[in-house]
Design a protein around this ligand. Structure first.
Ligand code: KG4
Ligand code: ZN
Length: 342
């Protein structure tokens, strides 16, 4: 049986976890920085890096203590090496390198997006390759065919904002504070989605790409008219976003070789209304729908440790680089549009 220590520090969560090859999370700790970033309405990279450097080492010590284990018990140390805010990534990766050197353990440099992409396999032992993955987080919005560990075919990406970013900006416009996704979802429950007409960018286009910048601007205009209740705007925004996600995912399912399952991962996968809509879509195609539990959707170290389990045997050099950008599918053609994001 394998045991991996995972470290995550690419955004605003400082996290460590111990995960076994038989899918047990022996211990995990997450220190959120919401309080530090809230006054600024979003993550401030410099503040994030400083917070990671203060918290990460004691957090790892506490995680090992929770499991009653020392570093000698682990088979490898896996850390997010990108993509993400580079200061935070460097803190996590350098810490992992130092631990690997001191404890004579292999270092496994993990792509944070691969952590999200493989996290459904930690939660569900039945999930087999290839599966169609909707990866929706604060920084990314992609549809990928996950063909195996390290084998990802990107079918779609966003030409402007990520979906989580759109939720966060909507929250800011509505004065809901940071982080925005859960607050928008809560307010949307009290609203009428039909009360505000909002656009569905790229709906029906042949390639299953995403665009959310126009939707965000429409939310801003709806708010500025002062004609609508905030709850109605939140509900209308969430419904428009879900309609886009469902249309784009349906298009991907129609164009791809049939996968074993429709899977969603990343922070926005915590959204219950979107999960229900995706479950219905999977049903249309006779596919199982797999979504990790909420704690595995938002950033965490268990998914990084699990990616390390999937990659046991790998030993990255101690001079491997922290990478601000690191596409899962380097061969994917860029999407059309002005502000293309990986
Ligand atoms: O995966 P994640 O924790 O961090 C990144 O790698 O980006 O995703 C965070 C994103 C944020 O934009 C947050 O607003 C969004 O996920 N999010 C949600 C919900 N919970 C988190 N969006 C919509 N509904 C939610 N319930
Ligand atoms: Zn993430």
């Amino acid at each position: 049986m394998g045991l991996v220590l995972g470290i995550e520090s690419s955004c605003d969560e400082t996290a460590a976890a111990l995960v076994t090859s038989d899918r047990r999370i022996l211990a995990q700790r997450i220190a959120s920085q919401d309080d530090e970033h809230r006054p600024y309405g979003g993550v401030v990279p410099e503040i994030a890096a400083r917070a990671h450097s203060e918290r990460l080492t004691p957090l790892i010590a506490a995680t090992l203590a929770d499991a009653g284990l020392g570093l000698d018990a682990v088979d490898a140390i896996a850390a997010t090496a990108g993509p993400g805010l580079i200061g935070g990534v460097m803190v996590g990766l350098v810490t992992a390198k130092a631990l690997a050197l001191a404890a004579h353990k292999p270092l496994i440099a993990i792509n944070h997006l691969e952590g999200h992409a493989l996290s459904p396999r930690l939660a569900d032992p039945e999930l087999q390759f290839p599966y169609l993955l909707l990866l929706v987080s604060g920084g990314h919005c992609q549809i990928l065919m996950v063909e195996g560990v390290g084998r990802y075919r990107r079918l779609a990406t966003t030409i402007d904002d990520a979906l989580g970013e759109a939720f966060d900006k909507t929250a800011k416009i509505l004065g809901l504070g940071y982080p925005g996704g859960p607050a928008v979802e809560r307010l949307a429950r009290a609203g009428n989605a039909k009360a505000v007409a909002l656009p569905r960018p790229l709906l029906g286009t042949a390639e299953p790409h995403f665009s959310f910048a126009g939707l965000k601007s429409a939310v801003l205009r709806a708010k500025q008219t002062a004609l609508h209740a905030d709850a109605d705007i939140a509900a209308a925004f969430q419904q428009a976003a879900i309609d886009c996600v469902i249309d784009r995912s349906r298009r991907a399912l129609q164009s791809a070789d049939m996968p074993t399952a429709l899977v969603v991962a990343g922070g926005v996968a915590a959204n219950q209304a979107m999960r229900r809509a995706l479950e219905a879509l999977a049903g249309e195609f006779g596919l199982p729908f797999v979504a990790p539990p909420l704690a595995l959707c938002t950033d965490n170290a268990a998914m990084i440790a699990w990616a390390g389990i999937e990659r046991l045997g790998q030993n990255d050099p101690l001079d491997c680089a922290a990478r601000p950008r690191w596409p899962l599918d380097p061969d994917a053609a860029p999407a059309r549009g002005a502000g293309v994001k990986a």
